[in-house]
Ligand binder design. Structure first.
Ligand code: FES
Length: 127
């Protein structure tokens, strides 16, 4: 199997890796870089548990090859303070629900998640 040397920026730090052509970005992050906050929650590309920011845009890292991240910037949950809060200091509940719409919650719904984001927004405004 052919391998490729790639260089990418992950959470602000330059990282190199030698990867197989078929390696998914989610596996590179979790297994090579030990960034296990990026989860694999399905095998149908629906859950969004693997979402990272690629050049600032949310992508499902289970649908991106590691070689496609070569030369690009990746932010994982370990490195980000919600992309929504970077652009909106006081998001409405609707803003929050739209921002998380690509992520499926399997527990009790979205009420606690929305409240957690509102709490984070308030804490960030205190800085
Ligand atoms: Fe479910 Fe990527 S692991 S969308």
């Amino acid at each position: 199997m052919a391998t490729h040397k790639i260089t990418l920026t992950v959470n602000g730090a330059a990282r190199d890796a030698q990867v197989e052509s078929r390696l998914l970005l989610v596996h590179l992050l979790r297994e090579s870089f030990r960034l296990t906050g990026t989860h694999i929650g399905c095998d149908t590309t629906h859950c969004g548990a693997c979402t990272v920011l690629l050049d600032g845009q949310p992508v499902k890292s289970c649908t991106v090859l590691a070689v496609q991240a070569d030369g690009r910037e990746v932010e994982t949950v370990e490195g980000l303070e919600h992309a929504l809060l970077a652009r909106t200091k006081e998001p409405t509940e609707q803003d929050i629900r739209e921002a998380i719409s690509g992520n499926l919650c399997r527990c009790t719904g979205y009420v606690n998640i929305v409240q957690a984001i509102q709490y984070a927004a308030a804490k960030m405004r205190e800085r």
